[in-house]
Design a protein around this ligand. Structure first.
Ligand SMILES: CC(C)(COP(=O)(O)OP(=O)(O)OC[C@H]1O[C@@H](n2cnc3c(N)ncnc32)[C@H](O)[C@@H]1OP(=O)(O)O)[C@@H](O)C(=O)NCCC(=O)NCCSC(=O)C[C@H](O)C(=O)O
Ligand SMILES: [Mg+2]
Length: 288
């Protein structure tokens, strides 16, 4: 499990100096500095320099820092990767990844540039080919740390509407969760584009939680609070996790391998889940 919670992941254009500054005071768990689609071709170099200066200057506190670089096959991709290989960030986010070979090629560049083993790669799953190869991508290298859904690109490529219900994307979303879990890494849901639609954002968060995502990517500060709330364990699940943990301790002392909590069977696997829920709650409490 990551050292910090990863409920809310806020993108910001690397070319927007005000947003880079503002992010130092926002309550997002992860900041994703974007050099890719939110930056116009004429501003790519400026964005790279500005983001590098910002992360080196620091002041982001507990927030985890991630840089979304340009695609490896673009004129900016390799230079972006080299520029951030030894920067104080936790991961590089790679857009539109479609194969394990691409991850391995990026790893080679990172190793040549002297990147620490702790620098992770997060692959974006946002094309039909990328979704179909997501399991091999997730397991491509020990640097892999996350899968990030790019539901805008995906909706376009699949030719499905990007509705809050996301019916046409459900198979893709679940395949990504499966691949992440099979390879022991985190997985983050795509963005909700309508900034004024709070009820739609709530629905999308609730659906993301039910599908198994660890957190959700966002595009505006006003989406952070609700996302943090809905991706945190609910009071009900926390209360049950505490009950399970206590009942299990007693069962163990009595030499039992199963126990009933509020009439429901509890076995070791439920205890494992309860411990995970309590650990996330503790991480969140430590951020306050
Ligand atoms: C959408 C925006 C362009 C709106 O920006 P703006 O008009 O400045 O909004 P506000 O005036 O309401 O902003 C209020 C204050 O908040 C700051 N702000 C706004 N957005 C951000 C942000 N993302 N990060 C940090 N700070 C932000 C403003 O500076 C204002 O501050 P202050 O001056 O103190 O009042 C803008 O929100 C934006 O650019 N959003 C991010 C867009 C982006 O990064 N897109 C790329 C990633 S999404 C994607 O590509 C997903 C994927 O690949 C896929 O395929 O799905
Ligand atoms: Mg995209």
């Amino acid at each position: 499990m990551a050292a910090n919670p990863r409920r809310s992941l806020l993108y910001m254009p690397g070319s927007n100096a005000r947003a880079l500054e503002k992010a130092r005071s926002l309550d997002a768990d992860v900041l994703i500095f974007d050099l890719e689609d939110a930056v116009a071709p004429g501003q790519k170099k400026l964005a790279r320099e500005q983001v590098l200066a910002a992360v080196n200057a620091g002041g982001y506190g507990r927030r985890e820092l991630v840089v979304r670089v340009n695609g490896f096959d673009t004129e900016w991709g390799r230079k972006d990767i080299e520029a951030f290989a030894t920067a104080p960030i936790s991961a590089l986010c790679l857009p539109k990844v479609e194969s394990a070979a691409e991850i391995q090629a990026v790893v080679q560049v990172l190793n040549q540039a002297g990147a620490a083993a702790s620098l992770k790669l997060w692959a974006m799953a946002e094309t039909p080919r990328g979704i179909l190869a997501v399991n091999e991508i997730a397991g491509a290298h020990s640097r892999m740390g996350g899968i990030v859904l790019g539901t805008s690109d995906l909706a376009k490529d699949l030719r499905v509407p990007h509705t809050p219900q996301r019916l046409g994307m459900l198979t893709s979303l679940s395949l990504c969760v499966l691949a992440a879990r099979a390879n022991g890494i985190d997985v983050f849901d795509g963005v909700h584009l309508d900034l004024d639609d709070e009820s739609g954002l709530a629905l999308a968060c609730e659906q993301g939680v039910e599908l198994g995502f660890d957190g959700k990517t966002l595009i505006h500060p006003k989406q952070i609070a609700l996302t943090n709330q809905l991706f945190a364990p609910s009071l009900e699940s926390l209360a049950r996790a505490k009950k399970i943990q206590m009942a299990w301790q007693q069962a163990e002392a009595e030499g039992k391998g199963v126990v009933l909590v509020d009439g429901r069977l509890v076995e070791a696997l439920h205890v494992e889940e309860a411990v995970r829920v309590l650990a996330i709650a503790e991480q969140i409490a430590n951020t306050r």
